[in-house]
Ligand binder design. Structure first.
Ligand SMILES: [Mg+2]
Length: 118
């Protein structure tokens, strides 16, 4: 399973990466904003799951989500929005825009495992 981890916080990326690694997932690509994620998605295909932050400079999670969902090439890519507690209200908007699921940060290894279906 290849995972694209998108978050502008390097600390958050490190935490998430450690959790993924602990679950035995080692095929991880990182991006620090939507723009970089778009380039890395294209270069790193096939990507199975995108863990997507909302607030990021350059291109935020919602803009990235809309671009990806407008391209049939990425139909099989599962997108999980990772929001903070204060951003919870935005979740419905994300799901309407084509996100498959969401998680509230910081998440536990158990919830990550469940959402990834592993
Ligand atoms: Mg952020």
């Amino acid at each position: 399973m290849r995972i694209l981890l998108v978050d502008d916080s390097s600390t958050m990326r490190r935490i998430q990466k450690n959790q993924l690694t602990a679950l035995g997932l080692k095929d991880i690509i990182e991006a620090e904003d939507g723009k970089q994620a778009q380039e890395k998605l294209k270069a790193g295909m096939p990507v199975d799951v995108v863990l997507l932050d909302w607030n990021m400079p350059e291109m935020d999670g919602m803009a990235f989500l809309k671009i990806v969902r407008a391209d049939a090439t990425y139909n099989d890519v599962k997108i999980i929005m990772c929001t903070s507690e204060s951003e919870k209200a935005k979740v419905l908007e994300c799901l309407k825009a084509g996100a498959n699921d969401y998680m509230v940060k910081p998440f536990t290894p158990e919830s990550l495992q469940k959402k990834l279906g592993i």
